[in-house]
Design a protein around this ligand. Structure first.
Ligand code: PLP
Length: 429
């Protein structure tokens, strides 16, 4: 009785926040707003106030909140079969694997649940390939990563992070990683040459958490060419940039099925290993995946790797529906067009502004840099004011605010959001 009441009671914002503070580990610092409902580009708080969501759960909700097609796929599958483990086959996994392989242009897929698990999977796959195909001596393989990367939170992944808050007092760390500057081809070539033990290069096509750093136009193509030259696997972490977010199906659009006109003329980079998560489920269920061709993926044999929930029938049904929505609603094209509009509208304001230094990004993955110190609280205070004005965003650093709305936004909605953002920034001039 007591528990039932506690769950059903409609909490005020204050009560909900107090409960989290008292009973939850303090591993996040959320903006003070308590959400209870979402639909498309909107979320509502417990008092019924509506907001534009400009974070999209870190780009997991590209298809918009509670997309009916995705939610219905989940309900239907949840009423039929939810989990078999991989000890047995299920009749949904193969369908998902075929669909996603054709969609993204790879031979094989390995299903997991979270982005960090998919990154771990890619690292293991790369190492195994290094020993069994490239011929690196046992335990000598090294993987090149970039400074200011974000690839998740496991012990191995934070081993090659350089965020002191994410690393402090979590050692000892995993060995076998070389860190180089992002967007620096000379640094990459220096790390590759004269080191036959390099197995892979792990890179985000745009560094999202670092503050939406877009590399030089030719960086990814040339990095891929260098990797080929030195027989090193190019591993793209598209957990945040993938699934139409940057105006293309993938930020590294190789030979995927994406027929987006925005891809023509852009550099074609086909990763050897592609890591996906977040929006592959439209934010309704944890799904992640690693894709590669047979020459790489076939090094994985029964017993080498796995996950109880990875590739479960609900995940498979949800992911197929989520990818169909991306295709059927032309979300890559929409992100491309609205992204250009967003940056050009904000740029007009920035030209006259003393509080905002610049806007950058691709498609609907953008950020503004505030004219203040990295450790100031100006970006946080702007986000509080944006909230009061009906738009939710979160700083990635003291002076950077990321803007990443669901891709199902209309032009008029975007223009309304631009005016909310400008009105709010003017309060800080
Ligand atoms: C979010 C993210 C991850 C980690 O995904 P989780 O599902 O939170 O484990 C990995 N890489 C990138 C680029 C991300 O944005």
């Amino acid at each position: 009785m007591f528990i039932k009441m506690a769950v059903l009671e409609q909490l005020t914002s204050q009560q909900a926040i107090e409960l989290e503070n008292k009973y939850g580990a303090h591993n996040y610092h959320p903006l003070p707003v308590v959400l209870t409902k979402g639909e498309g580009v909107y979320v509502w708080d417990v008092d019924g106030k509506r907001y534009y969501d400009f974070l999209s759960a870190y780009s997991a909700v590209n298809q918009g909140h509670c997309h009916p097609k995705i939610v219905n796929a989940m309900i239907k599958q949840a009423q039929t079969l939810t989990l078999t483990s991989r000890a047995f086959h299920n009749d949904m996994l193969g369908k998902f694997e075929k669909f996603a392989c054709q969609f993204f242009g790879f031979d094989k897929l390995l299903p997991m649940n979270t982005g960090a698990e998919a990154v771990e999977t890619a690292l293991k796959l790369c190492r195994k390939w290094a020993y069994e195909v490239k011929g690196i001596a046992e335990n000598e393989a090294e993987i090149i990563v970039c400074e200011n990367n974000f690839h998740g939170r496991t012990t191995t992944i934070i081993s090659f992070s350089n965020d002191p808050v994410a690393r402090r007092h979590f050692g000892p760390f995993t060995k076998g990683f070389i860190k180089i500057e992002y967007d620096n081809l000379v640094a990459l070539e220096n790390a590759l040459k004269n080191n036959p033990n390099v197995a892979g290069f792990l890179v985000e096509p745009i560094q999202g958490e670092a503050g939406v750093y877009v590399p030089s136009e030719d960086y990814l193509t040339k990095a891929k060419a260098l990797c080929e030259q030195y027989n090193v696997l190019f591993i793209a972490d598209e957990v945040q940039t993938g699934i139409a977010r940057t105006g293309r199906l993938l930020a590294t659009c190789g030979n995927c099925s994406c027929e987006s006109k925005n891809c023509s003329g852009s550099p074609d980079v086909k990763p050897d290993i592609l890591i996906l998560g977040k929006a592959i489920s439209g934010g309704v269920y944890p799904v992640s995946a690693v894709l590669a061709n047979d020459d790489i993926m076939n090094v994985i044999k029964p017993g080498n790797h796995g996950s109880t929930f990875g590739g479960n029938p609900v995940a498979a049904a949800v992911a197929i529906a989520a990818l169909e929505v991306i295709r059927d609603e032309n979300l890559a094209d929409n992100a491309f067009q609205l992204g250009n509009l967003f940056r050009s509208e904000l740029q007009k304001y920035i030209d006259t502004s003393s509080i905002v230094k610049l806007v950058r990004g691709k498609g609907l993955l953008n950020a503004i840099v505030i004219n203040d110190d990295e450790d100031s609280d100006t970006a946080w205070n702007i986000c509080l004011a944006l909230r009061d004005n009906g738009l939710l965003a979160k700083p990635t650093h003291g002076n950077i605010i990321r803007f990443a709305p669901p891709l199902v936004m209309t032009k008029n909605q975007l223009l309304e959001c631009v005016s909310i953002i400008i009105k709010t920034l003017k309060q800080f001039e």
